[in-house]
Design a binder for this molecule. Structure first.
Ligand SMILES: Cc1cc2nc3c(=O)[nH]c(=O)nc-3n(C[C@H](O)[C@H](O)[C@H](O)COP(=O)(O)OP(=O)(O)OC[C@H]3O[C@@H](n4cnc5c(N)ncnc54)[C@H](O)[C@@H]3O)c2cc1C
Length: 399
């Protein structure tokens, strides 16, 4: 019996990964009249969008600039970000009647649910004639004369343009894989070392024991590391520390790097303590700190760092020493919680080998990399989605 052979399906563009960047790219290319196929291996698209922002998706940051990103080449993201701005995305959100609000520091969230952002992107893709196959896995990808041959569990596909939008390694339970990095290497690309970013830090030994029972306590701090500083809340966890200031600084921290916390970021600690001393000279240091910090945290500070006695018994030099300790509190982290809880992956496909205006490979014509798989990582606060939208738009406009 002769085997039946079906002709491979052809498209103009194959997008691998139906997440934030992939859906944006597919939509833009589809609107330009390209025949687009999206291949998504999970059972639905945009799972990370769904879980983002505590279910309300912090979909952009109105103050986005290149300074909010970490990359081997800090200039790389500028062109795409300039051509697809937060305002462009906001206009689409408003056109779809999605209510949103600014939480703090330019962070825009849906009033209702991140499901609305996924639905908006899928509706936009449908209007642009994009075909999306979920639960479809890629078996192999080869370069052929006129483009790429992609063998999938749903058959063979060919197209002159292939866009890799498979995201980073964070939250493997949501479908994250190292596929994009492997594919980049297969085509001769350099992949810069990857590590977890926007991730809680872990403590060990006595550093962990001192804080573990304070799990759930939160306080405003400024975290300093490698010349960077972030002011926001820190949350003590069972395993270490988290909260926005810690997540932000984690992206700049490597094992062994000095990391210190200003526990009184609201002002000059010496002046604050001096003021407390003149107001309540008979109060113990323990009581005074209890007014400046959550009570249990203040108690612990005294247990591990200071001898408590009435404030009037501290002279200025002694208060200066306490103030300096409070403003330069060393945090000895033993590691991070890793990809299991990280919001992003630092590192990735080296931007030196991509065009900053189109995201096209400088090595392999027709091959594009967008979103988190690229060595561009945003701060906490909607910047990572803005990069996904902007890089997806750049490639979608070029394919
Ligand atoms: C818990 C959490 C909360 C977050 N909250 C925010 C937030 O509020 N604001 C913000 O800006 N950023 C947030 N982020 C980061 C943001 O989600 C990512 O930066 C963004 O989704 C990256 O977009 P992407 O399209 O590159 O990758 P993804 O959105 O991860 O999409 C990649 C897609 O590719 C698919 N895929 C992977 N491998 C294959 C394969 N081999 N074949 C086919 N498909 C494949 C995946 O299933 C996925 O659908 C959050 C991340 C996490 C983990």
């Amino acid at each position: 019996m002769t085997p039946t052979r079906t002709a491979p399906a052809t498209a103009d563009v194959i997008v691998i990964g139906g997440g934030a960047a992939g859906l944006m790219c597919a939509r833009v290319a589809g609107l330009r009249g390209r025949r687009v196929r999206v291949i998504e291996h999970a059972n639905r698209c945009g799972k990370k969008i769904l879980m983002s922002g505590g279910g309300r998706c912090n979909f952009t940051n109105s103050g986005t600039t290149a300074a909010n990103f970490i990359s081997g080449n800090p200039h790389f993201c500028k062109s795409a970000l300039a051509r697809y701005t937060p305002q462009h995305f906001i206009e689409m959100v408003e056109r779809h009647g999605i209510a949103y609000h600014e939480k703090e520091l330019g962070q825009l969230f849906c009033d209702d649910s991140s499901k609305q952002i996924v639905k908006m992107l899928l509706d936009e893709c449908a209007d642009a004639g994009v075909r999306i196959d979920t639960q479809c896995s890629v078996e192999s990808i080869e370069r052929i004369d006129d483009g790429f041959r992609v063998r999938t569990t749903l058959g063979e596909l060919r197209a002159p343009a292939l866009v890799v939008a498979t995201g980073g390694l964070s939250i493997p339970s949501m479908g994250a894989t190292g596929f994009g990095y492997e594919l980049a290497r297969q085509f001769g690309h350099t992949v810069l070392p990857t590590r977890a970013g926007l991730v809680p830090l872990t403590l060990s030994g006595k550093h962990q024991e001192r804080l573990a029972d304070l799990s759930g306590v939160a306080l405003p701090i400024t975290a300093h590391c490698n010349g960077r500083e972030f002011s926001n809340f820190m949350l003590i966890t069972h395993r270490g520390v988290s909260g926005p200031s810690i997540l932000q600084i984690s992206s700049y921290w490597n094992l062994g790097d000095a990391l210190h916390l200003d526990l009184l970021p609201q002002g000059d600690a010496f002046e604050i303590l001096k003021e407390q001393r003149s107001r309540r000279p008979a109060a113990e240091l323990r009581t005074t700190l209890g007014e400046l910090f959550p009570k249990r945290f203040a108690e612990r500070l005294c247990d591990i760092g200071f001898t408590s006695r009435p404030m009037r018994q501290f002279n200025d030099p002694e208060l200066r020493v306490i103030a300096a300790q409070l403003q330069q509190w060393p945090l000895i982290a033993s590691g991070t919680e890793g990809y299991r809880t990280a919001e992003v992956t630092l590192g990735g496909v080296d931007t030196d080998e991509l065009s900053s205006s189109t995201m096209q490979s400088k090595r392999v014509p027709g091959l594009y990399f967008i979103g988190e798989v690229v060595d561009v990582t945003g701060w906490l606060g909607g910047y990572n989605f803005q990069w996904a939208w902007a890089s997806g738009h750049a490639a979608g406009s070029a394919v």
